[in-house]
Design a protein around this ligand. Sequence first.
Ligand code: PLZ
Length: 446
Amino acid sequence: MSDIPQERRVLTAIPGPKSVELQARRTAAVAAGVGSTLPVFTARAGGGIIEDVDGNRLIDFGSGIAVTSVGASAEAVVRRASAQLADFTHTCFMVTPYEGYVEVCERLAELTPGDHAKKSALFNSGAEAVENAVKIARAYTKRTAVVVFDHGYHGRTNLTMALTSKNMPYKQGFGPFAPEVYRVPVAYGYRWPTGPENAGAEASAQAIDEITKQIGAENVAAIIIEPVLGEGGFIEPAKGFLPAIARFAKDNGIVFVADEIQSGFCRTGQWFACEDEGIVPDLITTAKGIAGGLPLSAVTGRAEIMDAAHSGGLGGTYGGNPVACAGALGAIETMRELDLNARARRIEEVMKGRLEEMRAKLPNGGVIGDVRGRGAMIAIELVKPGTKDPDAAATAALAKACHAEGLLVLTCGTYGNVLRFLPPLVIGEDLLNEGLDIIERAFATL
Ligand code: PLZ
């Protein structure tokens, strides 16, 4: 790990003068469509800290959107990726293969749920993994329809935009979208009309009814769901929902795909979030946390499904790049050695405890409508006090107040009213608590 001190330090306004200068160059050279949560330019990062070009040290509650779970400069990632970089950067696995790719696939077979025979294919981004899961499911089932859920997020390519629920900013103006994609309700407990206790049974019945009526189960190739819906607002489908959908898929020969791109690799205190309800997906998509910040993604699943695509049907120039594979082996080694699942569960205990306390201090919870999430994937949903009306303005104001104090937080949610916390799993508990102190003070500024 880079020897960056694990201490918050705010020396200038945030962003500072050097970041402001770089931001001007960026505005001139970088397309406007590519946004940034906080235009603070990074100099180095590691553990729970991001140091910017002005020397400020921010506490990191974002992990580059759930990527740097082992930190942004984990020793084993740097060591293995550097060694690989010196040996060779690329041959293309489709031209002459190398061991690292195979080893990552072996690790994926061990770590993903289920003891059936498994195979994997590697790609570069999360969206690419999801696209390939659809290709594989279609090849296996010889069916075309794909079912996804309200509040789901699966990427920004054409097919994954179609799979993604939210229009702004992901889809607006970018259509037409891929056909044969159908969206059904999800058990969003906090917003389910008859309450969270009924959401699992009612939403699954409704989803299954819509699939049966509108598509016909026999036409569905795949059902794709995030076991904890990430961009949609850290929604944990109410109990019973996932098992009911998985059972329906099994009974109807539909490939059940768990998109664990955000929730996987120790993030929720398990290797994969679907383990919490004992779900064994047919296919699982992974990315983000898998490689400690290097671009890598995977589709892993039942060998007979994975082998359904004809030889040469899957691939891509860079898929499973050797440096990214070395990074993944380093990240997995770190997760095992430091027992990062246990760390994630401890982060949940600390964060949920403190956030619930903050809520209890406000009359009727005030703006804090809901505190939820698992492991180091925790969020608060903000509402107009006394209602469930989403308060996106308060969410943006809170994030801004945190940023000014040197705490990097992200927002999400279909209604833009969810403040989410995704600290690196290696963050020190002192930094975690300091970050929570800043959040608490931010509430006072509302
Ligand atoms: N599936 C569940 O969370 C990426 C998106 C950020 P890529 N989430 C962060 C943004 O605004 O672009 C994600 C995800 C789930 C798929 C993806 C897509 O992964 O690596 O961004 O393509």
